[in-house]
Design a protein around this ligand. Structure first.
Ligand SMILES: Cc1cc2nc3c(=O)[nH]c(=O)nc-3n(C[C@H](O)[C@H](O)[C@H](O)COP(=O)(O)OP(=O)(O)OC[C@H]3O[C@@H](n4cnc5c(N)ncnc54)[C@H](O)[C@@H]3O)c2cc1C
Length: 314
């Protein structure tokens, strides 16, 4: 679509993460209520998973939901909730039974971010921007009908959503493949380091760019192969951890190559002496460092690959 100058397709937590999970686990009423708004881009969802103390060990989460008549009453807090302050609804993991093993007492619930008792405080980053929030729930009431799947059976749903999220994040690693917008990287490199016999003058940089493009191409073919294999089974698998791991490393590598190319022009954060494009590359390079944390860290992906894909002993 970029190649033909079309505008980007709609991308959201609803489309990439919650929508597929509702299709698999949601009730008919939930599908009818939420899916049309998701596909029309009328609703923005945020993800209430991580808590202070429960990131990699997500199943240790403490936010409580207690049934009161036909409603759940929710108390607790979440952290790193991306764009919670701008979101309409949240899909949230809550503990509905504290007396059973941790994975067996979790439920997956949806509620309106405008509900009484919800507070989303943006966390200001060193860059000055605020992409995620500390989110607090005090006696927030959510209809029982907003629980997805069965009570206390939320963990498999939570994991499935993470697999969709990881596949989405993995897609970053295909940028840089030939014919993608990053194809232009060679032309830019010639501008920054010069040209010799039609090639990038710096052989080291030329080598890095070529390797990067080959890996991106191989990775995008692997993703396509896996997507067509997945058509024969209904859902993603723990293999999404392999793609998330590789894709995010690849995306970070892409920005490293671009920083090599920019040289001193990549040192700017603000102000004169730098093109807007250069400043935004430097900021995106720093932002790319978070790719191997968000959606589960690289170390956690390696653990999942060892246990669930390679089936190595604990
Ligand atoms: C840009 C960004 C956006 C995010 N958006 C959201 C969001 O919208 N909603 C949400 O719920 N969360 C979000 N998160 C949070 C993210 O899911 C967590 O940061 C992530 O799961 C890691 O948890 P943690 O930060 O608590 O680190 P910790 O779990 O404390 O980990 C600290 C370090 O220890 C390592 N580690 C931990 N356990 C193990 C282990 N068993 N084996 C080996 N190493 C281990 C980790 O790899 C990491 O290096 C976001 C994070 C980022 C960076």
């Amino acid at each position: 679509m970029t190649r033909i100058n079309a505008r980007s397709p709609l991308l959201s937590f609803g489309i990439s993460m919650l929508g597929p999970v509702l299709l698999e686990f949601g009730s008919e009423a939930q599908k009818h209520e939420h899916l049309p708004k998701i596909v029309r881009g009328e609703i923005r969802w945020c993800q209430g998973y991580s808590e202070p103390g429960s990131g990699s060990d997500l199943a240790s989460l403490q936010t409580r939901a207690v049934l009161d008549g036909d409603e759940y009453v929710i108390n607790g807090s979440k952290i790193w909730t991306s764009f919670a302050h701008l979101s309409d609804w949240i899909f949230c993991l809550v503990r509905t039974d504290p007396d059973v093993p941790k994975h067996d007492g979790i439920s997956f619930i949806l509620f309106d971010m405008k509900s009484k008792g919800v507070e989303a405080n943006p966390i200001q980053l060193i860059s000055g921007s605020s992409q995620f929030c500390e989110t607090f729930f005090e006696d927030v009431r959510a209809l029982r009908g907003n629980l997805v799947g069965e009570v206390n059976k939320g963990w498999p749903i939570a994991k499935r959503l993470l697999q969709h999220e990881r596949n989405m994040v993995a897609g970053m690693g295909t940028q840089g493949a030939p014919k993608s917008p990053e194809h232009a990287i060679e032309n830019q490199a010639k501008k920054y380091v010069g040209e010799f016999q039609g090639k990038i003058a710096n052989s080291n940089l030329r080598d890095k760019i070529t390797r990067h493009k080959m890996n991106s191409k191989a990775f995008s073919l692997t993703l396509r192969r896996s997507a067509s294999e997945a058509r024969t089974s209904s859902a993603p698998s723990p293999a999404s951890s392999m793609f998330k791991y590789y894709g995010t490393e690849q995306n970070k590598g892409r920005f490293e190559v671009m920083m090599d190319m920019l040289g001193a022009q990549g040192l700017g954060w603000d102000g004169d002496g730098f093109l807007d494009k250069e400043l935004s590359t430097t900021r995106s390079w720093l932002r790319s460092k978070a790719n191997s944390i968000e959606g589960g860290t690289s170390e956690v992906q390696l653990n999942i690959i060892a246990k669930r894909v390679l089936e190595l002993p604990d």
